[in-house]
Design a protein around this ligand. Structure first.
Ligand code: ATP
Ligand code: MG
Length: 258
């Protein structure tokens, strides 16, 4: 069975895309068949993996509108052994176009169902909003949502909003929706603030926070400009070690569960 997780946080710049790409890359490195779905019209995951969004022919947009993911729309990176369903500028119009469509919240879930058994993990990179695209990501998150939280001032601010949205989707659309885990990002060991956030988030989501914490790392911020995940750009950096540890933590816990 494919495990499907959306990376969700309506706050911008908290590390959703960085986590989708690098967690995905390490899961692939560890032998898993991984598909990254870029559900953000900004197409950051697409560019972070070195794909020019203007040259994309079939994208998440087509999957949402047609309910299908043709094999030709998936780009496979031989070197990274990583698959990508890219985003394209057209995705920006999808929220409005889908409003008129039937079962508009289930479009992505239904489209991904056509891929069943082809992948071990599907990671969906959501935009920084809680609109229809993110709702599609939540409804498709069969195995729970991953919530990246940046270790900074007011980190908890806004988490209530995600929790409420998850509750709402659970009660109206998808009763089994759950939080798979919270991932702390951009941790700075030199500040008390970062450690305070770690404590606060653990209090807020008891037992749901991954032990692997991603530190702030220049290398992680540089890698996208080379179109590479950290596993290929700077595999010995602290950021790489953190994402490798996170991938192993997720895998181990999934193996225990099954
Ligand atoms: N651990 C880290 N250390 C240093 N820089 C980071 C780290 N994680 C992410 N960044 C940088 O911070 C910025 C925001 O990260 P990212 O794009 O992953 O966030 P996002 O939540 O996907 O943003 P958006 O909401 O716009 O989609 C990027 O420039 C990224 O390279
Ligand atoms: Mg992003």
């Amino acid at each position: 069975m494919t495990r499907i997780h959306a990376l969700v946080n309506q706050k911008g710049g908290v590390g959703k895309t960085t986590t989708a790409i690098n967690l995905g890359a390490y899961l692939a490195y560890l032998g898993q068949r991984v598909l990254i779905v870029d559900l953000d019209p900004q197409a950051n995951a697409t560019s972070c993996l070195g794909v020019d969004k203007r040259a994309v022919q079939f994208s998440t947009y087509d999957a949402l509108l047609s309910g299908d993911v043709p094999a030709a729309s998936i780009l496979f990176n031989e070197r990274l052994k990583l698959s990508l369903l890219p985003s394209s500028p057209a995705l920006a119009g999808a929220e409005i176009e889908l409003v008129e469509e039937s079962s508009r919240e289930f479009r992505l879930r239904n489209a991904l169902q056509t891929l069943d058994a082809k992948y071990d993990y599907i990671l969906i990179d959501c935009p920084p909003s809680l609109g229809l695209l993110t709702v599609n990501g939540l409804v498709a998150s069969r195995d729970g949502v991953l919530i990246p939280v940046q270790c900074e001032y007011l980190a908890l601010e806004g988490l209530g909003l995600i929790t409420q949205t998850i509750e709402r989707v659970r009660s109206v659309l998808f009763p089994e929706l759950r939080v798979r885990g919270v991932i702390l990002t951009m941790f700075d060991p030199r500040t008390n603030l970062s450690s305070d956030v770690v404590k606060e988030v653990n209090n807020h989501f008891p037992g749901q926070v991954f032990n692997s914490i991603v530190p702030r790392s220049i290398r992680l911020a540089e890698a996208p400009s080379y179109g590479l995940p950290i596993s290929a750009y700077a595999p010995t950096s602290v950021g790489a070690k953190a994402y490798e540890a996170l991938a192993k933590e997720l895998l181990n816990s999934d193996e225990k569960e099954s």
